[in-house]
Design a protein around this ligand. Structure first.
Ligand code: ADP
Length: 298
């Protein structure tokens, strides 16, 4: 039986939440919440309090620690609503992350998200990266601080995913043309100087919803400070974000005209990550994107 199926796990979790919130918490009800890609999730409630709890293997506590820290920093920006983290830890063989439970699925305007995301992107750092590594899906994501965005994105994002793809047996033209792209990547930035913006980092439609009052909520970040175009690019990769969102974002903080090309560069990171996570057709998609980028520089 997995640890979270045991009474001892829930007792330890409740005790830990009580300590973290300085309020007694006794779990009366545990409901499994579906929808996540990586972890198990539950809504735990008792005495009028409710928390959202993600669980996984004990050795993955680091992943939850990074997510908890990211939610905390994002929530301090007071821009887009994110669940406030409560605490994280491990009990028996299980790691957990507990956070504020937010009733999702209200109706709201995506324009508000565009406006608030632009405000979040104005939260800055003096370099690119973060003080710790985290994960994108279940893939490690390296965030070593860097003064130079192009080197950061080349080495810690694209080159790393390409090396993972090599380890997974994806050789040949993907690697050859990928290497070529890394060599010429500076050419996509000749008239553009990115700023280190606070990023969600994994902003696909599944990581966005609205609360009961219609306020946008984002969750499950792959947080770091980077070029804001990377967040916007991902909103266009799998759909779910409409014209209202883009118009409001651009009204609040217009994008550079070179974004239309760099969008493919930034989304290549996610497509190679999908290749590494799921295999299959993503290889062809990644190759097409690389070829398109290489042909655009002429
Ligand atoms: P995973 O890390 O496994 O992908 P997510 O963090 O994406 O899990 O959460 C899975 C789903 O649970 C989300 O798609 C969302 O619908 C819901 N969810 C996430 N966080 C909360 C929360 N704090 N309160 C209520 N529902 C949440």
């Amino acid at each position: 039986m997995p640890a979270e199926g045991s009474r001892s796990f829930w007792l330890q979790l409740a005790e830990s939440i009580s300590r973290a919130t300085s309020q007694p918490f006794v779990i009366e009800n545990t409901t499994s919440a579906s929808g996540g890609c990586i972890n198990s999730a539950y809504v735990v409630s008792g005495g009028g309090k409710e928390y959202f709890v993600k669980t996984n293997r004990a050795d993955l506590l680091d992943m939850f620690e990074a997510e908890g820290e990211a939610l905390s920093v994002m929530s301090q920006s007071r821009t887009v609503r994110v669940p406030r983290p409560v605490n994280w830890g491990k009990a028996d063989d299980t790691a957990w992350l507990a956070m504020e439970y937010i009733k999702l699925g209200g109706s709201g305007s995506q324009a508000l998200l565009g406006e608030q995301l632009a405000a979040m992107h104005r939260s800055s750092a003096d370099r690119f990266g973060w003080h710790r590594d985290n994960t994108i899906g279940s893939t490690p994501q390296h965030n070593r601080w860097h003064d130079n965005w192009i080197e950061f994105f080349r080495d810690q994002r694209l080159a790393y995913q390409l090396s993972l793809a090599r380890r997974h047996g994806h050789h040949g033209s993907l690697q050859r043309n990928g290497e070529r792209l890394l060599e010429v990547i500076e050419e996509f930035f000749t008239a553009y100087q990115p700023l280190p913006s606070m990023l969600h980092g994994d902003l696909w439609g599944g990581n966005y919803s609205t609360d009961e009052s219609g306020q946008p909520v984002i969750y499950d970040p792959a947080f770091y400070y980077g070029d804001r175009e990377a967040d916007i690019a991902m909103t266009e990769l799998f759909g779910g974000f409409g014209q209202d969102f883009h118009d409001a974002y651009n009204a609040a903080w217009p994008l550079d005209s070179g974004y239309a090309v760099r969008r493919t560069l930034y989304n290549l990171y996610h497509v190679i990550n999908h290749l590494n996570l799921f295999g299959g057709g993503y290889a062809m998609q990644a190759e097409n994107m690389i070829n398109q980028l290489l042909s655009l520089r002429n």
